[in-house]
Design a protein around this ligand. Structure first.
Ligand code: ME8
Length: 513
């Protein structure tokens, strides 16, 4: 059986789930559902990153110990994903014992192999990023990301001989052009590798930071948070047990945003090399959601929270906008106005109306009973079928390239085609001629089949919609796609009366959201 393994970043527990986290998590969820629907064994991992300065400081600010703090925020991430219907297979926490054990084992292994050494280091440290910066990287002495003054710190620490693996990593990137994708991020990694790769400081003295996994070979130190966090992708599979690691690791697809490209494209593969483990298959990097602050509604504030969006508009409307609007790899602007327009135009007017319309006609003309489909030999019937077969193939092609927006566009082109088919065949006029009734039955059967296939093609992107369409059509739930035309409705099959799938969003930003 074909397998595939998707991971999201494990999110820091110093912030609550927002739009950015939700986007990456929805991508992984869509990918898992998509591959499952095509008969593949897809495994999906997400979780929380709970050690390090940032978390210790956030906990101190809240006057609680770091573990209690992490428990609370981690649970919040998990329950958010549960409420949003995210179908993760495992939720990992870096404070889980099995994870800590794997991190210790790998550290010891790399230490024994001679790739970790003790040395003195002085550098500019940003607490927000939890890393040292070179003077050249700082802007006016400040961290380019956090815009806070970097502190000069001199201390003895352990270092990972990352530089030793530079050539091997370059060779891998050249031999496997799809290792980091889209292309622009591969280019960015290659350009980082044009400079000599420095060794990586992988410890923090306990005198400065206690909240971390102790180094197995020196109890006075804890592990640098990235060395701990990246290993989650491996420890989760080991924890799953059996042959999970061998089965899923070779088809591991990481999904991240561009902010954490360097740790994933440079630290992680070199760590894997040093640990004697094979590399992951592909690093898929998306861009950033930028807030369109001026247009954000007052009541929502500037932070988009997944649960607010779900409650107000439904999860599928939110998923649709995110997946349809962002071009994978590029930045996108989040605007409530664009959200409302997109959802109203595509979901409420286009697809929603189509579903209501055909079910209403089926009910009125045939009491909801599906009629024979006919031989489908007429030009307009054939064209409708062809439009759907083309859409199904195009979804596969686009998903291979993570072009979620194009996959959805293809499905909606087929929906447009169906609306044109109704106009062209005019069942509402034809029905007035009694001898044309069988033809009206055929036409509606074709439209119902379009709706069936649209719902099934949409299901990985919009799971609730996929299920609701099947329910309206009186068909059993399924998570596998039958990308064929016809044969969905047995003789005497009855569909439901119409029900609104997507209510039009009437509010404007002036309503206060
Ligand atoms: O970096 N647009 O965790 P994190 C799109 N713990 N995606 C966004 C986003 C935005 N504006 N903001 C955040 C960490 N994200 C580490 C990861 S992995 C071994 C350790 C998403 O909580 C995006 O996926 O800061 C980004 O890579 C991630 O959140 C960063 O999450």
């Amino acid at each position: 059986m074909d397998r595939i393994y998707f991971t999201t970043p494990i999110y820091y527990v110093n912030a609550q789930p927002h739009l950015g986290h939700t986007y990456t998590t929805i991508l992984a969820d869509t990918l898992k559902r998509y591959h499952r629907s095509r008969g593949r064994d897809a495994y999906f991992l997400t979780g929380t990153d709970e050690h390090g300065d940032k978390i210790a400081q956030a906990a101190a600010k809240d006057n609680v110990d770091p573990k209690a703090y992490a428990d609370r925020i981690s649970a919040l991430f998990r329950s958010t994903w549960d409420t949003c219907g995210i179908a993760y297979d495992h939720f990992i926490r870096t404070t889980d014992d099995y994870h800590k054990a794997t991190v210790s084992r790998i550290l010891q292994q790399i230490y024994d192999a001679g790739d970790i050494y003790f040395g003195e280091y002085g550098g500019f440290y940003c607490y927000g990023c939890e890393r040292f910066y070179t003077e050249k990287e700082l802007q006016d002495g400040k961290c380019p990301d956090h815009r806070t003054e970097a502190a000069y710190i001199e201390e003895k620490n352990y270092f990972f001989r990352m530089g030793k693996y530079q050539d091997r990593l370059l060779k891998h990137l050249n031999e496997k052009p799809g290792f980091v994708t889209p292309q622009r991020y591969r280019t960015e990694v290659l350009s980082l590798l044009r400079e000599p790769l420095e060794d990586l400081c992988i410890s923090r003295p306990k005198s400065r930071l206690q909240w971390g996994i102790p180094l197995p070979f020196d109890g006075d130190y804890v592990t640098y948070v990235w060395f701990d966090a990246l290993i989650n992708y491996v420890s989760a599979l080991e924890h799953k047990g059996g042959d999970s690691f061998d089965a899923y690791w070779p088809c591991c697809n990481h999904i991240i945003a561009k902010d954490i490209l360097k740790p994933h494209a440079i630290f992680w593969p070199t760590m894997l090399m040093a640990a004697g483990l094979p590399l992951y298959d592909r690093l898929n990097v998306h861009g950033y959601w930028i807030m369109d602050k001026g247009k954000m509604s007052k009541s929502l504030g500037n932070v988009i929270r997944p649960l607010d969006m779900k409650e107000r508009y439904g999860m599928d409307a939110f998923r649709y906008y995110l997946l349809r609007e962002m071009v994978f790899g590029q930045d996108a602007t989040f605007s409530m106005e664009a959200f409302v327009n997109r959802v109203n135009a595509d979901l409420a007017n286009n697809f929603g109306n189509l579903v209501s319309r055909v079910l209403a006609m089926q009910k009125r003309y045939f009491g909801g009973m599906v009629q024979p489909m006919g031989d489908g030999a007429r030009a307009e019937d054939r064209e409708l079928k062809e439009a759907f077969m083309a859409a199904a193939a195009s979804v596969d092609r686009h998903m291979e390239e993570m072009a979620f927006h194009r996959a959805l566009e293809s499905i909606f082109e087929a929906v447009d085609k169906t609306n044109q088919y109704i106009v062209q065949t005019a069942p509402f006029t034809l029905v007035k001629e009694p001898d044309q009734k069988p033809r009206v039955g055929e036409i509606l059967h074709h439209v119902l089949e379009s709706v069936r296939l649209t719902g099934d093609l949409l299901a990985p992107f919009l799971p609730e919609t996929g299920a609701a369409v099947r329910d309206l059509l009186g068909l059993p739930a399924t998570d596998s796609l039958r990308a064929e035309w016809g044969g969905s409705f047995p003789e005497g099959h009855e569909v439901q009366p119409p029900r609104i799938l997507f209510p039009r969003i009437e509010e404007t930003e002036d309503d206060g959201g």
